[in-house]
Design a protein around this ligand. Structure first.
Ligand code: FMN
Length: 387
């Protein structure tokens, strides 16, 4: 459905305009409740809740925020994956879900340092998940220990400023000093960082082609498209109610939804105008992207995936400090069968034989300010408060 069709179905310009106008203010700003978590917590909050209030700002695939914490033992945080919040279609092995546990752990570590504590993190204290599926065992046991020797991490200053930016980037490639800062941010973690900029036109063309092909595959594969449709939160009411997923607050999509013209229970046809428009917008953004970067690991076990998540959030915070943004391109890295050819092409381009590309992202200076995405807030994550 495009704007012209909308006007036709809605009976003409007046009806459509009236419908758009009837949407409260038609503001694209997210409702305040949905982004309230982006306000720094009070310093008087107890240490674990203060730390967790920062950790829940971590990036997470599809913004599912699948973090459940048990606080029943003193000074301890037991982190589990919320088994109701998985992505079985696009992330069938839960690799991205484990990476998203790692981003949370890294922010726990950083916030603890800020308060003079060491976060002693034991990954998978009851044993690791299988290669195929997550389960209800903890992904990490964290003990917060006072330690006069810990130093605050300079990247902590970026926690409230880090946002994923999916829009346009200015065409200038990042400076060498900025790329060096990115490299420094993951030093000491068992990951390999790679990047390419417009100075290598031929490699950039290969990156662009894989990103475009993989995105088309995701949008034209009904089961993966539907998974995303079920996570769309359209308009202020849905966004405030769920505070997760993919928030869309543009007047046009809200109008389509309000008029019952956007049916999220069915995958759009590959040649429908909404799919064509999305592909076109994505392709334009890819064409103007001045750099891509990626994070690889030698092993692809669960601990390596956690480490990749820790590295990814550090990288994004370092980019934020350099006034750069990131936009992950997970499609070609996903393990569902329809992506197999793109998965292979991405690995041939970015990885040594046997290595796994865990994250691949656009990198550049955003053309306009990035906005925060919704968060569910601390109470939604605490299953056993220990009180
Ligand atoms: C493992 C992982 C995979 C991701 N893949 C994508 C992706 O393919 N496309 C995308 O737009 N964002 C992707 N993201 C970014 C999340 O959508 C984003 O972190 C989430 O919506 C929260 O927004 P924020 O990062 O601005 O706080 C990914 C993040 C993680 C941690």
């Amino acid at each position: 459905m495009n704007r012209r069709q909308l006007l036709r179905v809605a009976g003409g310009g007046c009806v459509a305009a009236a419908t758009l106008g009837a949407l409260p203010g038609c503001s694209t700003d997210l409702p305040a409740a949905a982004i309230a978590a982006w306000q720094p917590p009070a310093d008087t909050l107890d240490l674990r809740r203060w730390v967790l209030s920062h950790a829940l700002l971590a990036p997470h695939a599809h913004n599912l925020q699948s973090w459940v914490v048990d606080l029943s033992a003193p000074d301890t945080i037991v982190l589990r994956m919320d088994m109701q919040r998985l992505l079985p279609e696009t992330d069938p092995l839960a690799r991205q879900m484990v990476i998203s546990q790692g981003t949370f752990l890294e922010l726990i570590d950083m916030a603890a340092r800020q308060r003079g504590h060491r976060a002693e993190i034991t990954p998978f204290p009851e044993g690791s998940y299988s290669d195929q599926a997550p389960d209800s065992r903890p992904t990490a046991l964290v003990r917060l220990v006072p330690d006069a020797n810990v130093s605050p991490d300079p990247l902590f200053a970026q926690v409230f400023r880090r946002h994923t930016h999916r829009g346009a980037y200015v065409p200038q490639a990042p400076e060498a000093t900025a790329l060096a800062a990115l490299q420094a941010s993951v030093a000491g973690l068992p990951v390999k960082l790679g990047w390419v900029t417009t100075s290598d036109a031929s490699a950039m063309a290969q990156h662009r082609q894989i990103a475009i092909d993989a995105w088309r595959t995701e949008l034209t594969t009904p089961h993966t498209l539907l998974e995303s449709y079920h996570l769309l939160r359209i308009g202020p009411r849905e966004i405030a109610e769920h505070r997760d997923g993919i928030a869309i607050n543009t007047p046009f999509v809200r109008a389509l939804t309000a008029l019952g013209l956007f049916d999220r229970s069915q995958a759009s046809a590959p040649d429908s105008s909404e799919i064509r428009e999305q592909l076109q917008r994505f392709n334009t953004h890819i064409a103007t992207t001045p750099a891509f970067c990626w994070l690889n690991t030698t092993r692809n076990d669960r601990v390596s995936q956690l480490q990749a998540g820790r590295a990814y959030v550090r990288l994004q915070l370092a980019a934020t400090a350099q006034v750069l943004s990131m936009h992950p391109l997970s499609q070609a890295l996903q393990e569902y069968p329809e992506q197999a050819a793109h998965y292979q092409a991405a690995h041939q381009l970015m990885a040594a034989p046997g290595d796994t590309v865990q994250m691949w992202t656009r990198l550049g200076q955003p053309s306009e300010a990035s906005s925060p995405s919704p968060r569910r807030g601390l109470p939604a994550h605490v299953r056993n408060s220990g009180l």
